[in-house]
Design a protein around this ligand. Structure first.
Ligand SMILES: [Zn+2]
Length: 127
C-alpha cells in the first residue's frame, strides 16, 4: 500500500528484537493499546463485565478477582483495545494460552501488569 519505499526503512527499526516467525504490531501500537487497556480496566464497563463473573472462553463462573482482561485479537498481532475485542478470561484459560503462545514471554510486553494476550482466533463469533 505504501507508495514511498523510504518509509519501510523506518519500520525496520521498530521491529528489531521481535520474534521472526510472526509479524508483530509495532511497539507504538502495543504501548498505546496497553495503556488503553489499563484505562479500560478502570472503567465502569469493565467492572460490569467482571461482575458478570463469566469466562469468555470456558464459560465458567468466577469471582471478579479471578478474571483477567483478554484481547481476542492480541495487541501484538495488531488488535485494538476496544470493547468488542476485550473479554473476561479466567486464570486457567489465561495460563493455558500462555503455554500455547510462549512468544509472548519474549515480546517485551507485560508492563501493564497481569494483562494477557492470546492467540485464540476461533472465539470471535460473538459479534
Ligand atoms: Zn476460562
Amino acid at each position: 500500500m505504501s507508495m514511498y519505499d523510504e518509509q519501510d526503512d523506518m519500520a525496520d527499526e521498530m521491529s528489531e528484537g521481535s520474534m521472526d516467525f510472526f509479524i508483530p504490531a509495532d511497539d507504538e501500537h502495543v504501548a498505546r493499546e496497553k495503556r488503553k487497556a489499563a484505562e479500560l480496566r478502570k472503567s465502569q464497563w469493565w467492572k460490569n463485565e467482571l461482575a458478570k463473573g463469566k469466562c469468555h472462553y470456558c464459560g465458567g463462573r468466577f469471582k471478579p478477582s479471578e478474571l483477567t482482561m483478554d484481547h481476542i485479537l492480541p495487541i501484538i498481532r495488531g488488535g485494538f483495545t476496544r470493547k468488542s475485542n476485550v473479554v473476561t478470561c479466567c486464570k486457567a484459560c489465561n495460563s493455558k494460552k500462555k503455554y500455547l503462545l510462549p512468544v509472548e514471554m519474549n515480546a517485551g510486553i507485560g508492563v501493564a501488569g497481569r494483562e494477557s494476550n492470546e492467540s485464540t482466533d476461533n472465539s470471535k463469533k460473538d459479534n
